[in-house]
Design a protein around this ligand. Structure first.
Ligand SMILES: O=C(O)CCC(=O)C(=O)O
Ligand SMILES: [Fe+2]
Length: 341
């Protein structure tokens, strides 16, 4: 990493922990594993069909979405209705924002103190993440007072969040209807005050592949729409018990199913583990939009009779994750909510 004043001091903070375990068998195995990676093309869905007046086309598009959500938990979408111009404009302000000095990002309080970096509570190298991010509650995006010296961000953030909200709901609607669900909880309970957006930056990393950009995880939402870096890869997901790398596709957005849709669909749709690796030479940017309900919402199940999960609220789910991270160093997630446990 070029030591410039906009990067968080990741190397300084991680050195001690890394040195302690550099020679361990576990670390060496993990590094070898990272280097043998298969690249794959995710299922690619042309959303043009969804907006089509032709019923056959829209039914076929919906069935592609549901098939990919069940078999992969991940898919890419083109003709998604979000203009390239907006995607580029959002990326430009994201890149500029991260170029601000580290101290300024820390002190700015931007968007409800949304700035995060690394993972300083890690106890072993596989818990370290080489990234910085603004984790933004959507409820703050329209609030002028949350921007401080970054007021020029607001307009594009708002436009981007509105467009993503629309798109995320259209995809969620397809997934719900396919399981015979009606206007269900997400329609009323997921709105601009309950969703999140995360602007991620993964600085170039001189010690890659010793650390992850983002550690393996599933998303704790209904679904996520990812605007990946146009050129720099790094996203990997679990498919048939193997990690596969996603090729960047500048024309596509990536959609992935989160834990809540997996629970609601009784495991038909899969919330799949994914992670981000870092690059020695180049930085990478991404933006994730998380479709979440309010904390009081019950997640429930489309099949009440044979649900394998007990009923829980989103707030309960979030609290359990926080407790598990504190107690075990990682999220346990859905297995905690199985009826039989
Ligand atoms: O940067 C990426 O491609 C993935 C980001 C991600 O998984 C997340 O923010 O939850
Ligand atoms: Fe994720």
């Amino acid at each position: 990493m070029i030591e410039s004043n906009h990067n968080p001091p990741l190397l300084r903070d991680y050195t001690q922990l890394l040195q302690r375990s550099r020679d361990s068998v576990e670390t060496k195995q993990r590094i070898n594993y990272e280097q043998e990676m298969e690249e794959c093309g995710l299922p690619l869905v042309d959303l043009g069909g969804l907006w089509s007046m032709n019923e056959e086309e829209s039914v076929s598009c919906a069935s592609e979405i549901c098939k990919a959500s069940a078999e992969w938990g991940f898919f890419q979408i083109v003709n998604h209705g979000i203009s390239l111009e907006l995607l580029r404009r959002m990326r430009k302000v994201q890149v500029e924002l991260f170029k601000a000095p580290f101290e300024q990002k820390m002190a700015s309080g931007l968007l409800d103190n949304s700035y995060r970096w690394g993972n300083r509570t890690a106890t072993c190298p596989k818990q370290l993440s080489w990234c910085e991010a603004f984790h933004v509650p959507l409820s703050k995006i329209s609030d002028e007072t949350c921007y401080g010296e970054f007021s020029s961000l607001r307009e594009v953030m708002q436009e981007y969040a509105d467009a993503m909200q629309e798109l995320a709901k259209s995809i969620a609607r397809v997934l719900v209807m396919n399981m015979g669900g009606g206007r269900s909880l997400w329609e009323d309970n997921c709105n601009e005050s309950t969703c999140f957006m995360r602007l991620n930056r993964y600085p170039s990393c001189p010690i890659s592949p010793e650390v992850f950009g983002l550690v393996p995880h599933t998303d704790s939402d209904f679904l996520t729409i990812l605007h990946q870096d146009e050129h720099v890869g790094g996203l990997q997901l679990m498919k048939d018990s193997k990690w596969v790398a996603v090729k960047p596709n500048p024309d596509a957005l990536v959609v992935n199913i989160g834990d809540l849709f997996q629970a609601w669909s009784n495991d038909v749709y899969k919330s799949v583990e994914h992670k981000v690796t870092v690059n020695q030479e180049v930085e990478r940017h991404s933006i994730a939009y998380f479709l979440c309900p309010s904390y009081e919402s019950f997640i429930g199940c489309c099949d009440k009779e044979s649900s394998i999960y007990r009923r829980f609220t989103f707030g309960e789910y979030r609290r359990q994750i926080q407790e598990d991270v504190k107690d075990y160093g990682h999220k346990v997630g859905l297995p905690r909510f199985l009826v039989s446990t």
